[in-house]
Design a protein around this ligand. Structure first.
Ligand SMILES: NC(=O)c1ccc[n+]([C@@H]2O[C@H](COP(=O)([O-])OP(=O)(O)OC[C@H]3O[C@@H](n4cnc5c(N)ncnc54)[C@H](OP(=O)(O)O)[C@@H]3O)[C@@H](O)[C@H]2O)c1
Length: 330
């Protein structure tokens, strides 16, 4: 485990960036804490926060706070309904017009499918698009700008290291059969899809460092999303789960600092804030750039055997399926 004191000692050395970052999910939770930690370094940074219109007022107050913490930081709000892939493309178009490079893309949208299935107007189940399709489309659309950065990083916060060979239901990729749909299947399926898709992206884009990261417990209110009031799940969360997460989870501050470390440290991929500790290994069991599966302790869990098997059995299918959906929105 990378200790919190090591994390803070590393983050205190940050003086220069990432200069341009895009937070999709920075309106609340881990994205929000990480944006705050980044701006609090005092560096001259430009931070895009992308979120739905209903969260704009709350986010504008957050942006005012960030401007007060660090007057050198420029925070830009872009309203976008990121559960819709057409909106992802529109938002990426705005960023591409404004920027010639992006150093960091930080993705945190989503929650577990604990309620009834709800499809977006584009016909994709909402938790799957937030946790997988929308995130991957952001990456694909912004890759040209990431290539222009010196040490570009993409971080998808979900369940890195928890993927399973049987995690993807290949003959029901959108979990349409009721027996395939549910909180555990849904989370493992989307998490495994994240790893499989990003593993291929990492091989094809060796100058970019990719992370699929598992945050552990952080009491962001994430477990309160998506359920029906008075359902068994609602009672379980209210009586039990939220208290356990509050008691044993990371504080907001520590979570933000741990993710700032992943955004910046040379522990992953070699470039970044100097690091004398244990060097992380990617899914190829190498220390260079690639896909890093990182757990809540900030340790790498390459899960190499499972990832190699997924590459053989699932990668082409996941890739083709996803591209087939994306081609309508590119
Ligand atoms: N927190 C944990 O303990 C934990 C543990 C394991 C995995 N995870 C996963 O890690 C990721 C980040 O977690 P978190 O705790 O930071 O989540 P969070 O605080 O609940 O934030 C999730 C983000 O998703 C956005 N979002 C939710 N529903 C949306 C919708 N229908 N349309 C558009 N945007 C929507 C939220 O936007 P608004 O601000 O507009 O609501 C917010 O920016 C999530 O995928 C979560 O499932 C979390």
């Amino acid at each position: 485990m990378v200790s919190y004191s090591q994390i803070k000692a590393s983050n205190v050395l940050i003086t220069d960036g990432p200069r341009v970052s895009v937070f999709v999910g920075g309106t609340s939770g881990i994205g929000n804490y990480t944006a705050r930690a980044l701006v609090s370094t005092g560096a001259s940074v430009r931070v895009y926060i992308i979120g739905r219109e209903s969260s704009e007022a709350r986010t504008r107050a957050f942006i005012e706070e960030l401007n007060a913490i660090n007057p050198k930081a420029e925070i830009i709000w872009i309203a976008g309904e990121v559960s819709l892939l057409a909106e992802v493309t529109r938002v990426c178009g705005i960023i591409k017009e404004k920027e010639s490079r992006i150093d960091l893309l930080f993705l945190t949208t989503g929650y577990a499918p604990v309620g009834a299935r709800e499809d977006t107007a584009e016909g994709i189940e909402i938790t799957q698009t937030l946790a997988y399709y929308s995130r991957m489309l952001f990456i694909v659309q912004l890759l040209p700008l990431l290539h222009e950065a010196e040490n570009p990083r993409v971080i998808s916060v979900l369940g890195g290291g928890l993927e399973r060979t049987s995690g993807i239901i290949l003959d029901d990729m959108e979990l349409r059969k009721p027996s395939n749909f549910g909180p555990i299947n849904g989370q493992i399926h989307c998490g495994t899809m994240n790893t499989v898709f990003m593993n291929k992206l990492a091989r094809e884009n060796p100058e970019v460092t990719f992370f699929h990261s598992w945050p552990g417990w952080v009491n962001t209110g994430n477990v309160n999303r998506g359920y029906e009031p008075n359902s068994k799940w609602a009672w379980f969360v209210w009586l039990f789960l939220e208290h356990i997460i509050e008691l044993f989870g990371f504080s907001y501050e520590e979570s933000g600092q741990r993710y700032l470390f992943q955004c910046t440290s040379a522990a992953y991929g070699g470039q970044g804030t100097p690091w004398n500790g244990k060097i992380g290994v990617n899914t190829m069991n190498e220390t260079g750039k690639g896909l890093f599966l990182v757990n809540y302790k900030c340790d790498c869990t390459p899960n190499s055997k499972v990832v190699a098997e997924l590459r053989q059995k699932a990668e082409d299918k996941v890739w083709d399926y996803t591209q087939e959906i994306f081609k309508r929105y590119m």
